[in-house]
Design a binder for this molecule. Structure first.
Ligand code: VGL
Ligand code: ZN
Length: 216
């Protein structure tokens, strides 16, 4: 039996959700600007995977669930240092919905992460305990993926952690910088780019991707 040639490129669109948009519960400055760029890029990829931050209301990453703690403080948890966030992306709320203008009808898979009450997960691959897999690595290996292209929110958290874990899993990894926006908390954006560069993550602009993947 002949097999279809596996598509080696996968476009991973991270957390383009209402709560990360201006006016949202954990707003990323100019986060909405990524939507048209991602829509354009997504048309050049036959294989697109989306992620959704998807927390129970009792989630350990919410400052509101720790007496006397404020959003954006650090807290030591059993698995390490955790930023305490405003309540965001609560399962099945409007804030957790994908942005209404995100238009990727051919997206094949939506990975929901951060659903365990006691563990956060910035990464689409491995939760913050650095042990619990989401299943995305197995999925990508199973479909024959070789390269993972990333865009979305936020550059310095969920995009960066996902990019680093994709590298660690052996994929070629490219972050499309102008299709991302950052939170930038205490230098987190510079640190994220340093870490990604050191790990061999490539950094490109959407124009280059669109040009290189032009359809005739
Ligand atoms: C994110 C902080 C908390 C992200 C998710 O999508 O980058 N950041 N939860
Ligand atoms: Zn979150």
């Amino acid at each position: 039996m002949t097999e279809m040639k596996p598509v080696e490129d996968v476009f991973l669109v991270v957390d383009v959700q209402v709560d990360f948009m201006p006016g949202g519960a954990l707003a990323v400055a100019r986060g909405d600007e990524v939507v048209p760029v991602i829509n354009r890029l997504a048309r050049r990829f036959s294989h697109v995977v989306l992620t959704q931050d998807w927390h129970p209301r009792s989630h350990v990453s919410f400052a509101a669930n720790h007496a006397g703690r404020q959003p954006f403080e650090m807290m030591t948890l059993p698995y390490g240092e955790q930023v305490l966030w405003p309540v965001h992306c609560v399962q099945d709320t409007q804030g957790a919905a994908l942005h209404r203008d995100l238009h990727v009808p051919h997206a094949r898979l939506v990975i929901r992460k951060g659903h365990h009450e006691h563990v956060d997960s910035y990464s689409a691959f491995i939760e913050a305990d650095r042990a619990t897999p989401t299943g995305l690595e197995g999925y990508l290996l199973n479909v024959g993926a070789k390269r993972v292209w990333l865009a979305g929110l936020a550059t310095d958290y969920c995009v960066a952690w996902s990019a680093l874990d994709a590298r660690a899993a052996g994929f070629e990894v490219i972050v499309i910088e102008d299709a991302c926006r950052a939170i930038d908390l205490n230098g987190s954006l510079d640190q994220a780019w340093r870490d990604m560069r050191a790990a061999g993550v490539q950094r490109v602009n959407s124009d280059d991707v669109l040009k290189a993947r032009e359809t005739t």
